[in-house]
Design a binder for this molecule. Sequence first.
Ligand code: 5AD
Ligand code: SF4
Length: 580
Amino acid sequence: MSKRVACINLPRQKDAAKKADVTQTIIDKNIVPDNLKALFAGKYFYIKTFGCQANIRDEEVMAGYLTLVGMKRTDNQKEADIAIINTCAVRENAEEKVYGEIGTFKCNKERNKNFMLVLAGCVMQEEGIAVDLLQSYPWISLVIGTHDVHNLLNLLSEALRRKQSLINVRSFADEIIENMPSQRLSSYQAYVNISYGCDKFCTYCIVPYTRGRERSRAPEDIINECKKLVDEGYKEITLLGQNVNSYGLDLKNGTTFASLLESVAKLGVPRLKFLTSYPSQFSDDMIEVMAKYDNIEKWLHFPVQSGSTSCLKRMARRYTRDEYLEKVRKIRERMPDIALTTDIIVGFPGETEEEFADTLKLAEEVSYSAAFTFIYSARQGTPAAKMEQVPSEVQHERFDRLKALIDVTTAKHSSTMIGKTFDILVQGPSKRNSEVLSGYATNGKLVNFKGPAYLTGCIVPVKILESHVYSLIGELAEDPLVLKAKDVAFLMSKDPLLKEYLALDENIRSDASIKELGDALVREKKAMGESFMDKDIHEAHKAEYEKVLEAMKNHPLLANRNELMSLVEERLLEVRDYLR
Ligand code: 5AD
Ligand code: SF4
């Protein structure tokens, strides 16, 4: 390794399998190093993320740290002073995209000697990758592992101080970091991590090596984060874990995912969902909680991976085909309208035609409302990579057959929606036509309909008119202006300041001492009016009246209201500007 590069930690796949006895929670202090601030305050950062929601959440956190430095986000790669490529390793094609991406930042470095390129995410957790990258692409300043997102600022600062490129990728982590800043990508949809890592070690999967063993966040930290989002008026929360159903097992205090889900549902967020479920650990309690709360979406992503018991065994999935189908039966018995989606891997090592036929049969039987289908991709260091591989042509041919079947079940599910009205969370104007809005129904389906862009972020009723395989077409079932007004009313009802003001107003109305003062004020005013012929008596009442007035001015509740009033006025002006 040249002097230009310093390795603080390098990944070792063996370390990733180690499980800590206890997980420590560390509260991050959000300290910003001076040298970073001096160089980058007021400058721009750019982040490109590949992969799943865990990576998206990491992007939001890294953006949060860079915002602490005083930096601003840009979508224009060319103007970036710091750029982060946040990589995904789950399949080979995702990994390949990274290499093309790194090259495009060379000119940033040529134009701007202070430019820093950071490589983050799951690919960096693979043995050997980071060192090779730094040798091929000398304009990389930092390679950071998934366990060190909270160390982003320190590491950037250290790289500057040493005038070297740094690699810091740990494979083992026994901690959970709380109080990380975050700049969320949406103001109406939020992801909340409930656990990190995975203990399942499915034989095809690289995630346990790139994200480490499973560590659950404390329920109170999750609930506080969700409560804050509810107070900020978020419309949808997605609870995230590689395997949400094993949430809490490591806390060893009886906390389960079902109990956590119920606590979050009770906070009253309009839409609540979770990713990803592990079929055999999806408990009866989960079915009950899902059925009980209207705000929990009646959509379950239920990855089967294969419909063949023998293939599932080679995948080290801990359920059989029949056990999976039995879970589906139970779920549908309690929630007949639930939409089920899945992940399926085609061409897993050793997959026979009979095994694949079992997958087709299962997909048809469950009749998924949508499915993500993947061609098996060998991941270095995973057990399946050493098994007997299925030829690529066979994989592709099976993939096409499965895809055709999934298209049929997807279309079948979509067609059942025609004529019905669904609540749609609007994502904004569609890319192809600015007059058409796109949004998601609570069953996960994408719906397009004509409407104004100001409905972005609102939940609106849409009647479904037509269905296509991957999307539906509908029409707004209410006047868009009325819907916007309802949305503003919703947001105002969540505003902590307005809530405080209304609560205070309620206290003032029921406060006996204020009522007494009010009565005295009316009494003295009346007495003043009646005594204007007698100067002395009139003056006495006037003095009394003024005394009461003064007492009212000094009453703590009333004084508090006056103070809040000016803030409320400011907030109402913000609402006016929002509506303009
Ligand atoms: N090859 C293909 N697909 C994979 N997945 C995970 N690992 C692999 C792999 N090596 C799929 C699984 C998982 C989804 C997120 O990605 O179906 O559920
Ligand atoms: Fe990977 Fe299996 Fe864990 Fe999912 S449950 S992240 S597929 S190891």
